[in-house]
Design a protein around this ligand. Structure first.
Ligand SMILES: [Fe+2]
Length: 194
């Protein structure tokens, strides 16, 4: 499996003074097709919610926010890399704000090929490959349920009639980063699976 729905209440996760509209307006009033922002956990999440999650053993350190305009399909798939060891980021916890009519898509693709590392607008590292060179493996509509998604294989999102606003929360799991794999991340989150 490449994704697992999580039994986490995110209704009160976002700080009341955090404005998605400002981010949306920034892009909708530009000719850019979308953007990525990165926030430390305390800037985007309620401290009460973070504490509730900590009690459950979930230590959220930061979050990305993705926004793509309606009908935008980025021509490449990517793998996120960690700054600390340049290895692929294994997983994220994603959920959409508002209506999600898009699909997250995973692709087969050799991830061991050496290639240039690129920077997102949020200063995170990634590698990318044109989707026309990759074979689709699986697709899934995340919607508003927080979902553990695998991010160390090539992936992309197809946005359809609705623009897509997605939270991608990053949770520290295993303290020894070199031991981190999708398999032990799945084990860690197992108690929260729906
Ligand atoms: Fe990604």
């Amino acid at each position: 499996m490449l994704h697992y729905q999580l039994n986490l209440d995110v209704a009160s996760a976002i700080r009341s003074d955090f404005s998605f509209q400002q981010l949306i307006d920034e892009i909708e009033n530009s000719d850019r097709p979308g953007n990525i922002w990165r926030f430390d956990a305390d800037k985007i999440f309620n401290s009460e919610w973070c504490n509730d999650m900590l009690i459950k053993g979930l230590n959220f350190g930061s979050s990305l926010v993705f926004y793509r305009k309606a009908h935008y399909i980025h021509p490449t798939a990517h793998i996120d890399l960690s700054w600390s060891d340049l290895k692929p980021t294994v997983a994220a916890i994603n959920w959409c704000i508002g209506k999600d009519t898009g699909d997250m898509i995973w692709y087969h693709g050799d991830t061991s090929v050496q290639q240039d590392k690129l920077l997102t607008p949020a200063d995170t590292l990634y590698i990318e490959r044109p989707i026309k060179e990759l074979e689709e493996m699986h697709r899934y509509q995340i919607g508003s349920t927080p979902t553990l998604v695998r991010t160390d294989v090539f992936h992309n999102v197809e946005v359809r009639a609705q623009p897509r606003l997605c939270i991608s929360a990053r949770c520290r799991t295993i303290p020894v980063l070199s031991d981190l794999t999708w398999a032990n991340t799945v084990d860690f989150f197992q108690p929260f699976f729906i």
